[in-house]
Design a protein around this ligand. Structure first.
Ligand code: CS2
Length: 519
């Protein structure tokens, strides 16, 4: 039995170690939401920046709910293993490195969190709390008053437990004590994530404090937008076993991830920042185009394949890519999404699609379709509905998006074709279950029930006859013939449209995609 990872002394010599002494660097960042994505992404960039450029940029983590990860990391003095798994499905293609960027993690403790956030050394707050974690209304971008946490925090901001309350109370306290505000970086998959969070924070301060503070935050605090990317499945027992095998130490905070990593950030950090360029971060004036590309191509395709795949028996993304019909639908979705994007200098959407196909196919990464299928009401607006509206306006094919939305609606029934049931992980799960009760096998009734949910499907779509018909038709077929048949039919229709036969590989439109698929 291996000893617990508490220092790098016991780590196998073949494993990459931090290129700096952690105790020589102070804390400069508070990160809220210390899940596996943060540990595989921002913490890795920070580790590289510390190794190459030094500075007081270590991270204090905040876990808003779970005490588990805080306890695992604190026991290990913040150390943990990142396992990168390449395309060869063998131990030889896995590499491990130890990350020392996290100093400690505070779990579900308002005063400790506020006191850390008010530390004058803290100059940046980063967040990965998921799309659902902000408590900001998507339309108005104000605090969502249907969220009980927001209501409680608005009434008692000094004891806040949610993201907006903690940020605003700490900005308020810092200002009272004459401490400069920190820069706030949202790292969740939301369009214009920085602006979205800024509006939520300003709205919260206006309601819970006063206009003066709200206007000061608006004028003074920086909220750079950022696009983050690294496919990171939830760690499993196998992850911990792999970490132990590779490092020789027991590690209960290990994460596994793909080799690819990307962070594109707007360079607005008035109080300084780590040189995240050391890990390959790219600083730009405007992130919007990159964000749209990632949200609609990677994440949109992910959502489509998660619902279609889970309902038709593919547990992981890699299984989807092995399935002739599902992988064809992946190509269709990538292409449909790419066609709606404005050109970006230096970016070839064909190459991007091809790289995504490769990443999704990584046989060493067991990325569960059920994991991606969670929180559909938070993900679909930017991933599926926005591009669908664009397609409607451009008079191009809406079917790929209508199909994805229909498969999500089918998923909302919480049962597979063989009657197996599952939970709907979604902030609006109760409302959805009520709405779809009694729709039986009628695709039109199911589509009507979901379209009637308030503040969800944009009116451009719910009032569009072609959209409504396409969604209802896909649903009716999947309910009558089953989800495998629905996937097969959809892929066959696409193949026919592209003038290929099923079994032939559909070629993308650009030369790099064609070359890749031919090889
Ligand atoms: C996924 C993302 O779970 C999901 O919804 O689409 O987490 C995806 O893996 C990441 O955005 C990749 O960077």
């Amino acid at each position: 039995m291996c000893a617990r990872l508490t220092s790098i002394d016991g780590v196998s010599s073949s494993v990459r170690r931090p290129g700096y002494l952690p105790e020589e660097h102070g804390i400069g960042i508070v990160h809220i939401g210390v899940g596996s994505f943060h540990r595989a992404h921002q913490a890795v960039f920070t580790d590289d920046a510390l190794a190459q450029h030094g500075g007081d940029w270590r991270i204090a983590g905040v876990s808003l709910r779970s005490k588990e990860i805080a306890s695992a990391l604190n026991t290990q003095n913040g150390l943990y293993t990142v396992i990168e798994k390449g395309h060869v499905n063998s131990a030889a293609d896995s590499t491990a490195r130890i990350i020392a960027a996290i100093d400690h993690v505070i779990a579900a403790d308002t005063e400790a969190t506020l006191s850390m956030l008010c530390d004058p050394g803290v100059r940046i707050v980063t967040l990965t709390v998921t799309e659902a974690g902000y408590g900001i209304d998507r339309e108005s971008r104000l605090p969502d008053r249907s969220n009980s946490l927001i209501v409680a925090d608005l009434a008692n901001p000094a004891n806040a437990v949610g993201v907006l309350g903690l940020l605003v109370e700490s900005i308020y306290r810092r200002r009272e004590s004459g401490i400069e505000p920190f820069t706030i970086v949202s790292c969740d998959n939301l369009p214009a994530n920085g602006e979205f969070l800024r509006d939520g924070v300003v709205g919260f301060s206006r309601s819970a404090y006063n206009d003066e503070l709200a206007n000061w935050i608006k004028d003074t605090v920086a909220f750079p937008n950022s696009m983050v990317d690294r496919i990171t499945p939830a760690p499993t027992i196998e992850t911990y076993k792999d970490a132990e095998r590779l490092t020789g130490c027991e590690d209960k905070a290990a994460v596994e991830t793909e080799p690819f990593i990307q962070w594109i950030i707007e360079d607005t950090f008035p109080s300084g920042r780590p040189k995240w360029e050391a890990g390959g971060a790219v600083f730009v004036d405007d992130v919007a185009q990159y964000e749209r590309m990632k949200l609609t191509m990677l994440n949109g395709t992910h959502s489509m394949l998660a619902y279609s795949g889970y309902l038709s028996g593919s547990a992981c993304v890699r299984d989807v890519m092995q399935d002739e019909h599902l992988s064809r639908l992946v190509q269709r979705h990538l292409q449909a999404a790419a066609e709606l994007l404005q050109p970006v200098p230096g970016v070839d959407y064909g190459e991007y699609a091809s790289a995504l196909t490769d990443r999704f196919s990584n046989p060493s990464i067991a990325h569960q379709t059920f994991q991606i299928a969670s929180d559909g009401t938070e993900k679909l607006p930017q991933r599926i509905f926005q591009p669908a509206i664009k397609a409607l306006n451009a008079n191009t094919d809406i079917r790929p998006f209508a199909y994805a939305a229909a498969m999500w609606m089918r998923f909302c029934l919480q049962r597979l074709d063989d009657g197996t049931t599952y939970d709907l992980n979604d902030p609006r799960a109760n409302e959805i279950s009520q709405a779809v009760k009694g729709v039986g096998q009628d695709g039109f009734s199911l589509a009507d029930a979901i379209h009637a949910l308030p503040d969800f499907i944009p009116h451009e779509l719910s009032e569009s006859r072609p959209w409504r018909e396409c969604v209802a038709e896909v649903l009716t077929f999947s309910l009558c013939e089953g989800c495998v048949a629905a996937v097969t039919r959809e892929a066959t229709m696409y193949a026919a449209m592209r003038n290929t036969t099923v079994g032939e590989i559909p070629l993308g439109d650009t030369e790099p995609v064609q070359a890749r698929l031919r090889s």
